[in-house]
Ligand binder design. Sequence first.
Ligand SMILES: Cc1cc2nc3c(=O)[nH]c(=O)nc-3n(C[C@H](O)[C@H](O)[C@H](O)COP(=O)(O)OP(=O)(O)OC[C@H]3O[C@@H](n4cnc5c(N)ncnc54)[C@H](O)[C@@H]3O)c2cc1C
Length: 500
Amino acid sequence: MTGSSTRSVVIVGGGTAGWMAAAALARFLPPDHRIRLVESDAIGTIGVGEATIPALRIFNHMLGIDEDAFLRATQGTFKLGIEFAGWSGDGSRYTHAFGTIGRALGLVPFHHYWLRAGRPGSLWDHSAAAQAAAAGRFARDHGRPDLPSGIAWAFHFDAALYAAFLRRHAEAAGVERIEGRITGVERDGETGHIAAVHLEGDRRVAGDLFVDCSGFRSLLLGETLGTAFEDWSHHLPCDRAIAVPTARLDPLSPYTRATAHPAGWQWRIPLQHRTGNGIVYASAHLSDDEATARLLAGCNGAPLAEPRPLRFTTGRRRAAWVGNCVALGLAAGFMEPLESTSIHLVQSGIARLLEYWPGKTLADADIAAFNRRTEAEWLAIRDLLILHYHANARPEPFWQARRDAPPPDSLAERLALFRANGRILREGDELFTEVGWLQVLIGQGVQPLGHHALADAIPPADLADFLALARTHAAAVAARMPAHDAFIAAHCAAPVSKAA
Ligand SMILES: Cc1cc2nc3c(=O)[nH]c(=O)nc-3n(C[C@H](O)[C@H](O)[C@H](O)COP(=O)(O)OP(=O)(O)OC[C@H]3O[C@@H](n4cnc5c(N)ncnc54)[C@H](O)[C@@H]3O)c2cc1C
């Protein structure tokens, strides 16, 4: 007898979410737990989701995955941030770079000194990651173990290859894969909990805890348990995407690009074997044909496959954990990939599930805490996405409407704090750091009127030196790095393969 009431775990779905969950649960659950994953090759996976944020390194590390082996297996590249082009009108650009910008002095974050000095140069002159990204350079360190580089990095990878990589990992750790289409879900007559899933061929897979990773369909949490979907499209009205691969672009840029267009935006993700491209748009403002034409015109090469359309509604299920069912990935909800957050939400959902892993009984208090923290995390990410749309300076009707739409109260509060004295509100275990919010606020043109009063304590000559030192450090770190391509060639070049 173990302390857990959930020794038999059934994961429904084998996309990125399903295999991430399988690999992590196999790593951390006691050995008497049985983990099975049901997926259907006939249904397939969403097949997109190729840009990440630095927290994924923690996930891979937790699983004991070697970074270079992972990049070789997934045709991966390094990512130092996201370049946002055109969000304040064509020709404008800024970076949401990972890592630090300058350094805090005492209690006061760096940017208040920059604001006090009248914003000399650009904010990103003080970010080593932004400098390296702009120069197409990358290294995990800068050859000076005595000095922090201030950079953090994430990855771009081929989504199908990542799921396959994790599958190998999870199966080696004991996860049983069951191939087949689920045709029915059986519920316990008394509790209403999920008792089993039924597969074609008259097969039944019973379990104690079900992890719904079934994608947009939300087979268990949505369809079976009827958990309501909270629609956020009034805040984030883009509802379609089209994805298309093109040839590899040389040199490989160490960042994702997100370029605004008249009714949404377009992504570019550099991989070793190809470039991932996609357009995200609001169907009320752009037809599918126009979107396809715009996507192809914005690509740097000929398509390697037919453009693939995808439809979505932005929002989330009101509760991600109901009874003995926990949803991860698209089954729990979706926000457009503007800040590459979906895979991270899978990761943090898994971490939280492990934190609240059921004991002898399923405790309502555990489930409520899991759901409350999940909701808070989603809302903070949602607000950062809305900020990109709300604080835009583009002329088209779609963008004017986004500017005019009132932001949610939570974002309005963040904006008011920043506009007054450059303060950044960050609560609980919110994902984005102060520096992340700062870059999007400044990059989108939100102007603070003042700065932190304590930043006035430093004499003007010292202030100039302090800022100059931060600029010099950022430039020096970037200059010591090799070209991104050269770093990949030296450490993690994937075997040459046909572009997918
Ligand atoms: C346009 C777009 C771009 C994106 N870009 C990014 C990005 O850059 N970064 C990022 O972090 N995220 C991104 N995402 C999100 C990311 O793709 C997903 O979060 C991630 O792939 C997880 O998907 P999933 O595993 O939940 O769903 P899916 O990949 O859809 O997997 C669902 C699984 O359920 C199985 N299944 C469904 N029904 C049944 C059934 N009846 N029987 C058996 N099996 C079944 C399927 O076979 C499949 O294995 C993007 C999403 C979209 C739509």
